[in-house]
Design a protein around this ligand. Structure first.
Ligand code: GLN
Length: 195
């Protein structure tokens, strides 16, 4: 497949995403410079520490290329800290999110690292539950009208999609189940089929 999917490699678990994408046989690269983003069909912002990733996005001038990527309707996916960064608003003061996805997010909803857990979640579009890994995970408090909820945990949305943007508060890159990565690749297909 000719698609080029990049994983922002400033901090966090980008290597695990790369491994998943390699298994799907798409062209994948670790993204360390804004120039690289311009050539991508899809971009993933991984889990990690959202204030750190956010600072690095600013320091290394990624803001504009990520905005442009989203505005060109190219596929964009944030997992956990990545979801926090894509959000329109947060219930916390830091970090300042990019505001690309119309959701309001609360960080560290389930408590500390020790309160991390796994749970089978029904995800719209998948025929069997997905084993979701929550690590100091955020939840979504509010979604805008163009945001589709794909999955919930205890009444809170934890997987959503709005047009070309996907967000999950858990870590699909850690389970060996490639179905959500596959869903992301299909989002790129949709863009080219629409054209
Ligand atoms: N709690 C982290 C944050 O707020 C996110 C955790 C994660 O990405 N696993 O940045």
């Amino acid at each position: 497949m000719p698609y080029r999917i990049g994983v922002l490699a400033l901090q966090g678990d980008f290597k695990e995403h790369i491994q998943c994408l390699n298994q799907l046989k798409v062209y994948t690269e670790e993204i360390r410079t804004p120039e690289q983003v311009k050539k991508l069909d899809g971009l993933i912002i991984p889990g990690g520490e959202s204030t750190t990733i956010s600072k690095l996005i600013k320091i290394f001038n990624f803001e504009k290329v990520i905005y442009d990527h989203a505005l060109e309707k190219k596929a964009l996916w944030g997992t956990c800290a990545g979801m926090i960064i894509l959000a329109k608003t947060l219930t916390e003061i830091n970090p300042k999110p990019l505001g690309l996805l119309d959701i309001k997010v609360s960080r560290n909803w389930y408590g500390r690292q020790i309160d991390s857990f796994e749970k089978d979640i029904n995800i719209v579009g998948l025929n069997k539950p997905f084993r979701a890994v929550f690590i100091r995970a955020p939840v979504i408090q509010k979604v805008g009208k163009n945001v589709r909820i794909l999955g919930e945990e205890n009444g809170y949305p934890i997987a959503v999609r709005s047009d070309n943007i996907l967000a999950t508060s858990f870590h699909p890159e850690l389970t060996g189940d490639l179905r959500i990565h596959d869903m992301f690749v299909n989002m790129i297909d949709e863009k080219y089929i629409k054209k």
